[in-house]
Design a protein. Structure first.
Length: 209
């Protein structure tokens, strides 16, 4: 603290289109950072001699969800495949594979990456008393790709993070330019030093912006 007096800073809320776009870009940056860091942790688990399958599946699913959120449209601006323009290899094909994995396996059980078969357990065929012994359910579930598959998602997130961060800087410059045209008294009238977190009753409520 160096003995200096802390000053209370105020933040004036602005909601013009450029500011909303900046908020969306900042949110996408958070998702890409989370994807990258989660992939790092998944690789660490894959390297571990004692793998925790529940933790592994949970972290990998979280990484996929956070990554694909960046391309979803709704309350916020979402990225399009144009963001891959100029990248070497097949980034769009790789991106679509991860999207299908998230859409058709993690979010919904649609593709063959999850199969559950029901079988009837029988006594040995040569047994004197052949009969039904019970019921068996056999599950085959794709938990996570190998390290290279996880690393590729982390690399995609890292590359996109650089591009989106640059977009964020450009958005910040536009917002600052517009803000300088707003009278200071008006900005102070909107200012607050607090952030009110939404309550539990807001879980099913859509944002207004």
């Amino acid at each position: 603290m160096n003995g200096s007096k802390q000053e209370e800073l105020f933040i004036a809320d602005v909601d013009f289109p450029e500011a909303k776009r900046l908020a969306d870009v900042a949110s996408i940056i958070r998702d890409l950072q989370a994807t990258r860091e989660t992939c790092t942790r998944v690789i660490g688990l894959l390297d571990s001699p004692q793998k925790d399958p529940i933790l592994l599946e949970g972290l990998w699913s979280a990484a996929l969800v956070r990554y694909i959120r960046c391309f979803a449209y709704g309350k916020r601006y979402g990225l399009t495949e144009d963001v891959f323009e100029g990248l070497q290899g097949d980034p769009i094909g790789t991106h679509r594979w991860y999207k299908n994995l998230r859409d058709k396996h993690v979010a919904h059980s649609v593709n063959p990456y999850e199969q559950v078969r029901v079988g009837i357990v029988l006594s040995p065929e040569e047994a004197r008393d052949r009969k039904i012994l019970g019921i068996s359910t056999l599950a085959g579930v794709f938990i996570c790709p190998d390290k290279e598959g996880v690393r590729q998602l982390g690399m995609l997130a890292t590359v996109l993070l650089k591009r989106v961060t640059q977009m964020g800087k450009e958005c910040e410059a536009k917002v600052l330019e517009i803000a300088k045209q707003i009278p200071l008294d008006e900005l102070y009238s909107r200012a607050t030093s607090t952030f009110v977190a939404p309550g539990p009753n807001k879980a099913g409520t859509a944002r207004k912006d």
